[in-house]
Structure formats: structure tokens, C-alpha cells
Design a protein around this ligand. Structure first.
Ligand code: AMP
Length: 193
């Protein structure tokens, strides 16, 4: 049995923090496309240079490039039992590509937890994170654009997964530990871990 979890939520919803905790609790790797792009950027790879031009504007890196990177990552042995997908898929084409990829691996998505946080809370959180972490894509204009991109490109995915009965909504406007406890409970109930 494999357990592929697709963690959904708007920028600032706390996906990254939660995914890191789930990684430890479930012993499944976190596959975060934003982190993979940032690692490429740091190592100054061609992929990193390409990604930067999109990331700095809060735009999505093209699907083809992103899907190839995820295919590569999911092919690694540590993903054989599953993974916590964080920040991928973000478009319908990516979601379809993930389904195809998992079919190839004889696997499927176990659950799509959606960490829900009101938009004004999200924007405030992102501004705070900008101060603390100094991410170059955490300036005001980029933050607003990332929200727009989320609404336009990524939010429709919830519908795609809803239709398959995979979505579980988790109230993300609570202490980190409370959100984590609910996530773990939901995943364990569905994935039979
Ligand atoms: P994140 O760390 O998930 O907020 O991602 C930071 C940035 O990386 C995004 O604003 C995008 O520019 C890029 N990115 C991350 N994941 C994806 C994805 N699945 N598809 C396209 N671009 C992505």
C-alpha cells in the first residue's frame, strides 16, 4: 500500500509547516515543489534560473518543467511508500499529470486535505513571513499575485478532487498543533496507516 497525500491550501495556509511535521509523523517524504525550485536556485542550475523569473513575479513555473521535476523526485526510492505533496499540483494539467504518474507507479492519491484559512489572515501571515524569512517572493506585489494565481489556477483543483470524494477540510486558523492533530487523524482514517 502506498500513501500519497496531496496537501492543499492557499499560500500562507501553513502547508509547509504541516507537511514537515507529517513527514516525521508518517515517515513519508515531503515533496515540496517550491523547496525543490529554491534548491535549484541556490545551486544555480538551469532549472533554478528559469524558475526564478516566474517565482519572483508570483507566477507559476510552466507545467512541463514542473511535472518533469516531480516525476524525477517521485521516482526516487524514498517515495516508494508514498509522499506528502506540498505545493503540487497547482493546475489542472499538473493534477492530471500526477494521476498518470501515480498510475505508472501502481499507486493513487489517498486523501486531499485542504487547510482552510480566511484570505485576510493569509495576507497578514505572508507579510510577517516576509519579514522573518526574507523570501524574495514575499513582497507585497508578489504576495497579491500569488493569491490571484491561487484563486484562478489552483482553487479549481479542489472541485476536481471533491468530485472524487478525496477532499477533507481542515480549519487552518488554529494553533499549529491542533491543525496537525486533525490532519493526522484524517490521513490515518483514510490511508489505513
Ligand atoms: P511555494 O514555496 O509553494 O509557495 O512556491 C513558491 C513559488 O514556486 C511559486 O510562487 C511558484 O512560482 C513556484 N512553484 C511552486 N510549486 C509550483 C507548481 N506546482 N507549479 C508551478 N510553480 C510552482
Amino acid at each position: 500500500m502506498t500513501t500519497f497525500v496531496v496537501l492543499m491550501g492557499a499560500p500562507g495556509a501553513g502547508k509547509g509547516t504541516q507537511a514537515k511535521m507529517l513527514e516525521k509523523a508518517l515517515e513519508l517524504p515531503q515533496v515540496a515543489t517550491g523547496d525543490l525550485f529554491r534548491a535549484n536556485l541556490k545551486n544555480q542550475t538551469a532549472l533554478g534560473k528559469l524558475a526564478k523569473s516566474y517565482m519572483d513575479k508570483g507566477e507559476l513555473v510552466p507545467d512541463e518543467v514542473t511535472v518533469a521535476m516531480v516525476r524525477d523526485r517521485l521516482s526516487q526510492p524514498d517515495c516508494k511508500n508514498g509522499a506528502i505533496m506540498d505545493g503540487f499540483p497547482r493546475t489542472l494539467a499538473q493534477a492530471q499529470a500526477l494521476d498518470e504518474l501515480l498510475t505508472e507507479f501502481d499507486a493513487q492519491i489517498a486523501i486531499v486535505p485542504h487547510v482552510v484559512v480566511a484570505i485576510d489572515v493569509l495576507v497578514e501571515r505572508l507579510f510577517k513571513r516576509a519579514e522573518i524569512e526574507g523570501r524574495t517572493d514575499d513582497n507585497e506585489e508578489t504576495i497579491r499575485n500569488r493569491m490571484r494565481v491561487f484563486q484562478a489556477e489552483t482553487a479549481p483543483l479542489l472541485h476536481y478532487y471533491h468530485e472524487r470524494g478525496l477532499v477533507v477540510e481542515i480549519d487552518g486558523d488554529r494553533p499549529i498543533e491542533a491543525v496537525q492533530a486533525d490532519l493526522l487523524q484524517a490521513i490515518k482514517a483514510t490511508a489505513d496507516l
